[in-house]
Design a protein around this ligand. Structure first.
Ligand code: F6R
Length: 239
């Protein structure tokens, strides 16, 4: 079942989604939170940092990381997490999980990551952003849904969309490691956050369409507990 919550704008979206996360942590202090990076969740993390909740027992696992970037590289997701989440929210070092962008063996790193998530008992709440092409994590549109954490070749659209965090599309790494669709679907609850008119088309696909690997986000229609929080621009007057 998909529950849809409408926010008036980006700021309200951050508050609404932030409150959902706070409620999750109130219910279970040692929640395992699956977290996303990128522009959309920044408002959520800002809101949480203002609220200063006690997250000392929370474990965080990230959706993805670029291959070839070190954690010290300001363009890496590791760096983003340190800057906007781990340090401001005081998440303990032992509670920060993210794929290693500099791993020697991507397959081995993916296996290790899946194993780490399993050892935590799985993800209680998975926060997801939405790609303009319908991707979730870095699961790009394709002929089939891919399963567990794996290496992906980023699509030209995704590299173009993310070039705002780099100098140009060519500087965006070609490859990344991402939780797979199956990893995401195993989360007990999913919170998809969507902002801006550029996402309206992809969002519409889960509000009345069928499930297709060409629009990866549609797989969420098969999950028992999904909340979509979207702002007015993303909903495009649809809700
Ligand atoms: C980020 C991630 C991606 C983004 C998506 C939207 O960890 O997995 O799926 O959520 O590309 O990015 P923004 O929010 O920057 O539009």
């Amino acid at each position: 079942m998909v529950e849809i919550i409408r926010a008036e704008n980006y700021e309200e979206l951050g508050q609404i989604a932030g409150e959902q996360i706070l409620r999750q942590v109130e219910e279970k202090r040692d929640s395992v939170l699956g977290l996303a990076t990128g522009g959309t969740p920044r408002g959520i993390y800002r809101y949480l940092a203002e609220k200063k909740p006690d997250l000392s027992r929370v474990r965080t696992v990230n959706l993805d990381e670029y291959l070839g970037l070190s954690g010290g590289d300001p363009r890496s997701y590791h760096y983003y997490m340190k800057e906007y989440v781990w340090e401001p929210l005081e998440i303990g070092r032992e509670n920060r999980l993210i794929p290693d962008g500099l791993c020697q063996d991507a397959e081995e790193e993916c296996r290790r990551y899946e194993e780490q998530i399993r050892a935590l008992g799985g993800i209680d709440l998975q926060l997801l952003g939405l790609g303009e092409n319908g991707h979730i994590g870095f699961n790009e549109p394709g002929p089939a849904f891919v399963c567990d954490t794996h290496k992906v070749c980023l699509s030209p659209e995704t590299r173009a969309a993310n070039s705002r965090f780099f100098g140009s599309p060519e500087e965006v790494p070609r490859y990344a490691l991402t939780m797979g669709i199956r990893t995401i679907m195993r989360a007990r609850r999913i919170l998809l956050v969507v902002s801006g008119g550029k996402k309206a088309k992809a969002l519409q696909a889960i509000m009345g369409g069928g499930v297709t690997p060409q629009i990866p986000v549609t797989i969420l229609l098969l999950h028992p507990r999904v909340t979509v929080a979207a702002d007015a621009a993303a909903l495009g007057g649809k809700f």
